[in-house]
Design a protein around this ligand. Structure first.
Ligand SMILES: NC(=O)c1ccc[n+]([C@@H]2O[C@H](COP(=O)([O-])OP(=O)(O)OC[C@H]3O[C@@H](n4cnc5c(N)ncnc54)[C@H](OP(=O)(O)O)[C@@H]3O)[C@@H](O)[C@H]2O)c1
Length: 355
């Protein structure tokens, strides 16, 4: 079966299968280039602090707004007032609606006069509200959806335990869950769970994120705080150099990046590769059909010993993913964090290793 060019959301709207431009660059130029080259999905977020540039790029590109699928995300300091995050995003992007609005992380940060978007406590830990109920954030998302300012709502970085808890009270089923996905982190169980509820997955870091990420954030964070505040992505997963992936790429006579992008589309996942390089922006538009035998190889790479997650911000809370390390600055689950067996299992491992 040929790889699809579009998927249908549970709202009935369509979304380009891929590739979408993840985290468009700080300057308008690569975004203009991408839109002119044919990209029609822009994956934005308030925390990327470049939405004004993206708005300028949309205008400069000459591509009509209604032809572009625009996603943005409510940032962590706005869980108590998601509307405020949306208003800032709409103003900066210079648009009057979004096609998709996501809760960026199931983590509420509390402003305390330190960093406005990434507040920290005096001891260097994040200013996280561990008692916050994510259901309260989702209720606000549902209100926003009803208002028509966003055509679909969804989540990002939500594990099965978090979704199971939300499911008990949601009135609108999330259309999307945007998570890290690549052959070293295929998240088969999460994909199955989401698909059984009509939730599509979006893949971020689909190329394994070859460099340190959050360079954008680093401009806004004191250098001394870099390693406590920013994402743990050093080094990225060496997917582009992986011999199994390279062998499949050679078989189809395409670059490894094309295999990684096409892998997601062929398994029914929207893919969001990021590049600021004109030639790669163009190269990443190509999606090929991958034969079943090669899909099987790609789907099994992680379980054959290469499992690796590259993006792990140190929020200090248990996000419910089996492979997420136990928070070192906080080792109990807060009132707003779902209780689950894996938490206890990990805590048990910690307890025994501390003996
Ligand atoms: N949704 C979320 O909640 C969330 C949360 C945290 C982090 N993230 C993001 O994950 C991101 C890191 O992942 P990413 O999305 O940037 O990773 P990615 O798409 O997997 O990889 C991007 C890297 O690959 C390079 N690249 C792009 N196309 C290529 C090609 N055809 N051949 C060779 N190299 C190529 C890019 O270089 P050039 O740009 O130089 O071309 C860039 O260094 C961060 O920006 C981070 O913020 C997302």
């Amino acid at each position: 079966m040929p790889a699809p060019s579009k998927f249908t959301l549970n709202t009935g709207a369509t979304i380009p299968a891929g590739p979408g431009r993840r985290r468009p660059a700080r300057s308008a130029r690569p975004v203009v280039h991408a839109l002119k080259a044919g990209y029609r999905h822009l994956d934005c977020a308030l925390i990327y602090q470049n939405e004004e540039e993206v708005g300028d790029a949309i205008k400069q590109s000459g591509v009509p707004r209604e032809e572009i699928f625009i996603t943005s995300k409510a940032w962590n300091v706005f869980h108590h007032n998601v509307q405020e995050s949306l208003e800032k995003t709409l103003k900066d992007l210079q648009v009057d609606y979004l096609d998709l609005f996501l809760v960026h992380w199931p983590v509420r940060l509390v402003a305390n006069g330190s960093q406005p978007l990434l507040p920290v406590n005096p001891n260097g830990t994040r200013s996280v509200d561990y008692s916050w109920n994510q259901e309260d954030t989702w209720r606000q998302m549902e209100e926003i959806y009803k208002s028509g300012k966003v055509k679909a709502i969804g989540v990002s970085n939500w594990s099965i335990p978090y979704l199971e808890r939300l499911e008990k009270s949601w009135k609108v089923v999330p259309a999307i869950n945007q998570v890290e996905l690549h052959p070293y982190l295929p998240q088969h169980k999460l994909k199955e769970w989401c698909e059984s509820r009509g939730i599509l997955l979006e893949a971020y870091c689909p190329l394994g994120s070859t460099g340190p990420c959050c360079l954008h954030m680093q401009h806004h964070v004191p250098r001394s705080d870099l390693f406590t505040l920013t994402y743990l992505t050093y080094p990225g997963a060496p997917l582009l150099e992986d011999t199994e992936i390279q062998a499949i790429a050679a078989k189809y006579a395409v670059p490894p990046a094309t295999i990684l992008i096409s892998y997601q589309v062929n398994r029914g996942v929207i893919v969001l590769p990021k590049s600021v390089t004109a030639s790669r922006i163009e190269q990443n538009l190509k999606v090929i059909d991958i034969k079943e035998e090669d899909m099987k190889t790609l789907e099994a790479i992680a379980e054959n010993g290469k499992q690796k997650r590259v993006n792990m911000p140190k929020w200090g809370s248990d996000l419910g993913f089996d492979d997420w390390p136990l928070p070192s600055c906080r080792n109990e689950t807060g009132g707003g964090t779902p209780q689950r067996s894996v938490t206890l299992r990990i805590l048990g491992i910690y307890a025994s290793s501390n003996k």
